[in-house]
Ligand binder design. Sequence first.
Ligand code: HEC
Ligand code: HEC
Length: 319
Amino acid sequence: MLFNFSGFSGQISAAITGSGNGLKKPSFKILKQQEMWQPPKIENIPKTPEGKLILYGRDLIANTAQYLGPKGSVRHISNGMNCQNCHLNAGTKIMGNNYAAVYSTYPKFRARSASQETIIKRISDCFERSLNGSKPDSNSKEMRAMVAYMKWLGKGTAKGETPEGTGLEKLPYLNRSANPENGRIIYKAKCESCHGVNGEGIPNPDKITFIYPPLWGKSSYNDGAGLFRISSFAGYVKNNMPFGANYENKILTDEEAWDLAGFVNSQPRPHKDQKNDWKDITRKPIDFPFAPYADDFSEKQHKLGPFQAIAAAQKQNNK
Ligand code: HEC
Ligand code: HEC
């Protein structure tokens, strides 16, 4: 829960604790904004060969299409989007899907692949899904550079730690399903001017990169991407869209974020064969929209909700 009071903005978590005299008084643990993750400063990247590799990695995250898009200068292995389109400010924005905990938490077991995943594997996943393309060679300079950048970003984070403000916010579930028709109306009013009438985005005049990236259609992320799950999409847009929003200045309500997610993720997009994913179906996220499931809820309910009953059933199953 985030509050703003008297010009100071920070995170407060309140806990009611008993005190010795029998009176209950609230004790507040105040996490100042400074305790949010602070990315290291670019100026401090060492002027060494390693430093050059880190800077190249950063550039690849920010300007992926320039190097690796359909008209990229190095290889043509992705759809024209940039990693930064979803990992904002080159993966440094608070609640903007940042990379604060990549170096500290990988390798880690992930249920989607049912395996221990390295950073290289995780980067490859976003190439194959979010950028609907193919992965760079694991020994390529590009892969080494992106890993070096993530390692540098995470150098202040202790092993195993996930700092405050990492990744995407988990919004509370609505007690109804997401409403794509309502989402369409909000999209027209608040998103279409940048992302286009058909979600196609707006390319730069050079046609190599996008000014505003696509949200659906052939140049967008595929149906195996993380953003295709509406909880991820809703958490992303709530803190980051329309462009300019951030975790301290949110623009959309939770309902708008969920309805937009339902609308955008009901539009056509590239398909990815996912038959090898989620071998253990009891581990599928509740908003994963493709059967089979360990419960009896429909694909439609898994896609749009309501999710409370599914979450309760999953909890029961995993006991
Ligand atoms: C269409 C949006 C999108 C694009 C573009 C994208 N990603 Fe991702 N990425 C995601 C989502 C969503 C997640 C999962 C976040 C979560 O579940 O908290 C993710 C997760 C990751 C993670 C793991 C983060 C963690 O802390 O576990 C890495 C590493 C990553 N992406 C790298 C990349 C790289 C490199 C690129 C560019 C080649 C890229 N991503 C492009 C959406 C995207
Ligand atoms: C003023 C222009 C603008 C508006 C309005 C806007 N966006 Fe964006 N959006 C952007 C830009 C720019 C990016 C890429 C950010 C970057 O690369 O730094 C982006 C990225 C995204 C992404 C992740 C990348 C992708 O293409 O999948 C999603 C999802 C998204 N916007 C959804 C929305 C939604 C939903 C709305 C309406 C509530 C919205 N945006 C309104 C400019 C805008």
